[in-house]
Design a protein around this ligand. Sequence first.
Ligand code: UT7
Length: 336
Amino acid sequence: MGKITAAITGVQGYVPEYRLTNEELETMVDTTDEWIVTRTGIKERRILKGEGKGSSVMGIEAVKGLLEKTQTDPEEVELIICATVTPDMTFPATANIIGDGVGAKKAFSFDIGAACSGFLYALATGASFIESGKYKKVVVVGADKMSGIVDYTDRTTCVLFGDGAGAVMLEPTENGVGILDTILRTDGSGIDYLRMKAGGSRYPPSIETVTNKEHYIYQDGSTVFKFAVTNMADVSAEIMEKNNLSGDDVRWLVPHQANKRIIDATARRMGVGDDKVMMNIVRYGNTTAATIPLLLWDYEEQLAKGDNIVLAAFGGGFTWGSIYVKWAYNYNGKVE
Ligand code: UT7
């Protein structure tokens, strides 16, 4: 018997219909399409409209599609992990709401909050449950309704973020494919540079916190940029070295979509050409925990069994990491 690893056996995404374009943002804050495109690479982002709709609405759509596509009975799902920093509520967990929404009556579920690295943290956690040998079907979701915590009068953040969700199915394999290595890191001193200050136990909601706009994202963009460029590139180079992968061996880099300049720097450091870099920032902006599964969904048809893929992310916390995946199936092909 070979070693049990967790194979990704299906992927599905969901983005809401409404497109918030750079042109519309020009009418809301003092910005230009030219500034946004050259500084970030973003043209438009999707926004979930409608009262009483949280991240779970998008997570449910993604997971429903995933179960259909992988022909999985909802009651076969044993665990749902949702990465999000925009949970529907502080508690219960958004993963529980998603599980209820898709009819996963036999699953247990919990959320992981690691901002833009959330999907990597959740994927590594889900993979460990599979590798233990105890679980056979784990769903990992990244879902964020960033529009719920963005201040649309702050030009330094409102142009960056969008809403979306993506989900993958993890199942055991002994064929040497799947999640082969993970490197995850945290530096809690990052709290000063990227955070939503109020609404938790330290500063519970009050008239004062609302007046001071402390329920919105605060980001010191240029400081975060410097940390992101260095750490995302370093951790990606580290996982390649650890697994004896050269730039030529890597078929796809799947980088978190915060800024095209950070992505380009990571790809250069890894020696990976532009044609091997998954990118959707132009259409979706930064969807936080959803960016990586949305990329896998967008590029699923181009992925082939045996492809070496490096996932990489950096985000609030600070959190960052990279994951080495050997893709498990051809599109419309048989998953072994
Ligand atoms: O996903 C989680 C992790 N987050 C990241 O990885 C984001 C990392 N940071 C970034 O991507 C970039 O720092 C930003 C895109 C947020 C900003 O780009 P930048 O090149 O670092 O710009 P900056 O913050 O240094 O600002 C440069 C100028 C400032 O004006 P002054 O002070 O030089 O007069 C800003 O006020 O650009 C101004 N500015 C804008 N101008 C037009 C900031 N936002 C805008 C805007 N439109 N939307």
